[in-house]
Structure formats: C-alpha cells, structure tokens
Design a protein around this ligand. Structure first.
Ligand SMILES: *Cc1c(COP(=O)(O)O)cnc(C)c1O
Length: 336
C-alpha cells in the first residue's frame, strides 16, 4: 500500500506513542495491556478524527473549497477537530450539531467540545435528535454556494473511504511500531461509531497481511448494523487502495454489548473504566467512546475472553474534552 499516492495535509503529531499499561494489567490480573495514544494526535486536543482529516481536508483543498461543513452529536470530537483543521488551513467551517441525547444541561450544550468549536472560530447550529443531518448539510451548502462560497461536505465522523485512509495509515504505523518493539499483538481493541476507524484499520491490517485481529466495541448501533457498515466501508477503502476483495467479512467483528441506554448516554461501567484508567495509568478516556470501549475491554478480560499471556492493544481514540460536557457524573471527592 502506497498512501503517498493520495493527497494529504499534515495536521497531526505522528507517530503517536504505543505504551504499556502495567498497572491496569496487574490490577486486572493480565493480559498484557498496551495503549496506542491517538488521543495525542495534537490538533486542538487531538483524537482519531485528525488522521481522517489529513486526507479529507486535502481532498477539500484539491476541489477548491473555501468552507467545510460537517455534523455530529453536540459533544462531537469530530466537529471540534474539523474546526481546528479548517482554522489551520485558512478555511471557514460550519458545524451542525444534533442533540442525540436530548440533554439540556449547560455543560453538555455549551462546554467541552462546543466551547472549543466556538474558540476555534466555527459557528454551530443545533438540531433536535433524529433530524435529517445530511439534508441539513446540503441546505447549508446551497446557502454557501448561493453567496459565492465553495462548500465541501464532510460526512459525520469523517467516515468515508477517503477519511478511512487515515486509519490505513494508523495500521501501517502500528505494525511498524510493534515490529520495532518486538511486540506480538494478539488483539487490537477500540471504540467504533461511524465506522471509519475500524474500516481503515481492517483494510490497512489486511493490506499489510498483519494477521492482527480487530475488535470494535460499539457505542450506538446493534451488532449486525455496525458490522455491516464497517464491512461496507472497509471494502470501499480497499477498492480505493487498489486492493479490492482483500477484506473478508469475518475480519469485521463488533461487540455492541456496552452501549447501555444509547449513544452518549452514561453507563456505570463507562464511569468505572474512566476512573480506573485515570487512577492507575494517568490516562483520560472520554464518556461517549473510549470510556465505553475500555469498559468493554475490562468486562471481556474479567470474563476470561483473553488468555493471560496475550498482548492487547487498546486504541485510545481521544475525546477527553467531552468530559467537561459530562462533569456532573464525576464527583472529584469520590474515593477509588
Ligand atoms: C469518532 C470517535 C470514535 C469512533 O470512531 P469512528 O471512526 O466514528 O467509528 C471513537 N472515539 C472517539 C473519541 C471519537 O471521537
């Protein structure tokens, strides 16, 4: 795979570190846990969307766009990183936020990522949960065109084949790091939502013929839907890479048992996972994605899903800015 064939702008700090989590490994009694720090991609607090935006923003620039439009949940990390990327590249950014959780709390609606969207210079428009966000983006694009601008729509989560190239890049990077460290990765685990991260990883790892299995922990959809959308996008990504047919359906595995009441809705296991990662490793996870992803990993470890001798890499996809949108869940005085 030769990613240099695709237009790319450099937005992130890469390679992101691949570190051991010895304290959490010991607490849980094995397996050996490692963490790939994509929370450290560096763009206005970082996160997984930065890798996708390197390819998406390059495409927007190649097409002559001066304004990017995107959408997400109110506490969208993708929207915040898109606003930062646009600022860095001298483009305008319009953000459409869907209130999927129905929360009216001041923290949720104004702090965390929303605060940073505004500081980064991107106006936000709020929509009720269930609104047709693609239609809303098309309307905003028409308005911008009518007033002489050149809009470029970035799909929710940046999850199309171009965006997924960012996670093909991560797959190549991870395999190279593991080779250098002599680390045999038995499983790669991460939170999966709009599917671009897992699709890019699976296509990239297959392209490297790495044999590293990926497990996505779902944060929204039920398993059949989640696996189908990841599989479809992984195939489209492989087509774009020029390796069509290289992703087998059974390489796409999602576990959606840790969603709880719904997208962005808290669970006790998520709160526990955030507290454990913080208090044993000094690592900040997020309440919507990586907290639930880690909750899934911890529960599977407790249920004996992994061998004690195995090496598990958790991909930290970022998002801890979102903690400030959920601060009532975390009582600072609560002991371990
Ligand atoms: C968007 C996001 C994810 C999910 O990635 P997808 O590519 O949408 O599946 C995971 N973690 C964080 C923090 C995110 O912002």
């Amino acid at each position: 795979m030769h990613l240099a064939r695709f237009p790319r702008v450099r937005l992130g700090h890469m390679h992101t570190p691949l570190e051991a989590m010895p304290n959490l490994s010991k607490l849980l009694g094995g397996p050996n846990l490692f963490i790939k720090r994509d929370d450290c991609t560096g763009l206005a607090s970082g996160g997984n969307k930065t890798r996708k935006l390197e390819f998406l923003m390059a495409d927007a620039l190649a097409k002559g766009a001066d304004t990017v439009i995107t959408q997400g949940a109110v506490q969208s990390n993708h929207a915040r990183q898109t606003a930062a990327a646009a600022a860095k590249l001298g483009m305008k950014c319009r953000i459409l936020l869907e209130n999927r959780t129905g929360s009216n709390s001041v923290d949720y609606c104004n702090s965390g990522n929303v605060l940073l969207d505004h500081i980064l210079g991107a106006p936000t428009q709020m929509y009720p949960g269930g609104a047709d966000m693609n239609a809303a983006m098309a309307e905003v694009a028409d308005e911008i065109s009518a007033s002489g601008g050149k809009p470029y729509i970035i799909v929710g989560g940046g999850s199309n084949a171009i965006g997924a190239l960012g996670y093909v890049n991560c797959a190549i990077e991870l395999v190279a790091q593991a080779n250098d460290m002599g680390l045999n990765i038995h499983h790669l685990v991460h939170a999966t939502g709009s599917a671009g991260t897992q699709a890019g990883l699976v296509a990239g790892l297959e392209g490297c013929r790495s044999l590293v299995p990926v497990l996505g922990i779902g944060v929204r959809a039920a398993r059949p839907q989640q696996e189908e959308s990841v599989y479809k996008l992984a195939c489209a990504t492989a087509d774009l890479l020029g390796i069509p047919g290289s992703v087998a359906r059974e390489k796409v595995v999602a576990n959606t048992d840790y969603v709880g009441p719904g997208y962005g809705m808290p669970t006790d296991a998520m709160i526990e996972a955030i507290n454990l990662a913080a208090r044993y490793e000094g690592i900040l996870l997020d309440p919507v994605y990586s907290g639930k992803g880690m909750a899934g990993l911890i529960d599977l470890i407790r249920k004996g899903h992994f061998k004690k001798s195995e090496n598990i890499v958790f991909l930290h996809t970022g998002g801890n800015v979102g903690l400030f949108g959920y601060n009532s869940l975390f009582d600072a005085t609560r002991p371990n």
